[in-house]
Design a protein around this ligand. Structure first.
Ligand code: C2E
Ligand code: CA
Ligand code: CA
Length: 267
């Protein structure tokens, strides 16, 4: 009997970890107004022998439904802490390494223990490690998740609310969540090109976050006009193709050594 293509794909994904087909890329984050490097977001990549490069948007939901995200997620956390250690050696102990944590990992109690151990094994400072939790899943806001987030925050780990403006959080949650930073979704950054109303809206989000004592990072920044508006609004950090795509570890370390990111030189 012929095995359906989707089943073969899922099987290949389940084997990818043991076959060493996963790698990590690192996307620089830039502090405003200095344009200095402030950290990196860690992004998972799957290069399949059979299917080539597969988008995380396609394979991460499958890892979540199969439960493998716990195992792969732990590997990512360990590698991210090793990267942060390498950053210290490159003179960047002020740089924060941000890992995307799936809501499924967050409800599982032992993620806190794993992060604690990974930080201690790599001998990095807690402020060098951050997690990004998505606003797109209601699971991010269950009592179990909140409990684990508070424990992580008490350890000194940074927490960002990703995809802000697209999902389940409300103003009431902004007060309740133990977060340090809001990550404005790319859709809002894109909308800056449309009209004044959208520009004012983004300005308002930044002011609101600052009033709550939160830092703000904008993602998916691609144009100088967007950088100008975000700078005008006192957005704290930006990230996007205008500075750099996600890059392999050796390039990321080289960037950490030279520190200053010049938007006229990096595309
Ligand atoms: P995300 O966390 O919102 O990550 C941002 C996505 O936007 C990344 O796509 C990044 O490569 C892309 N991006 C960054 N700057 C720009 C830009 O200027 N323009 C455009 N067009 N895109 C930009 P990627 O790597 O394909 O990841 C997609 C999603 O997959 C992520 O969205 C995240 O939800 C998930 N993901 C990726 N890596 C991980 C991981 O290690 N763990 C978990 N749980 N999820 C991950
Ligand atoms: Ca993210
Ligand atoms: Ca995002």
């Amino acid at each position: 009997m012929k095995i359906p293509e989707e089943k073969l794909f899922k099987q290949s994904l389940e084997d990818a970890y043991h076959r060493g087909e996963f790698t990590l890329h690192y996307q620089p984050q830039i502090k405003l107004p200095s344009h200095s490097l402030s950290g990196f977001e860690v992004l998972l990549r799957w290069h399949s022998a059979q299917y080539g490069n597969v988008s995380p948007e396609r394979f991460i939901p499958l890892l979540e439904t199969s439960g493998s995200i716990d195992k792969v997620g732990k590997w990512i956390i360990t590698k991210a802490c090793t990267f942060a250690q390498a950053l210290i050696e490159a003179g960047g102990n002020h740089l924060c390494v941000w890992v995307n944590v799936s809501p499924h990992q967050l409800v599982n109690g032992n993620i806190v223990e794993h992060i604690k151990r990974a930080i201690s094994d790599a001998q990095i400072f807690p402020w060098q490690f951050g997690i990004e939790i998505t606003e797109n899943s209601p699971i991010s806001f269950t009592s179990n998740s909140l409990h684990n987030l508070r424990r992580l925050r008490n350890l000194g780990i940074k927490i960002a609310l990703d995809d802000f403006g697209t999902g389940y959080s409300s103003l009431a949650y902004l007060q309740k969540l133990p977060i340090h930073m809001l990550k404005i979704d790319k859709a809002f950054v894109d909308s800056l090109a449309f009209n004044e109303k959208q520009q004012n809206f983004v300005h308002l989000i930044i002011k609101l976050a600052h009033n709550f004592g939160l830092k703000v990072i904008a993602e998916g920044v691609e144009t100088e006009t967007q950088v100008e508006w975000l700078s005008y609004c006192h957005c704290d950090y930006i990230q996007g193709y205008i500075f750099s795509r996600p890059i392999p570890i050796d390039e990321a370390l080289r960037l950490a050594v030279c520190r200053k990111v010049d938007i006229t030189k990096i595309s």
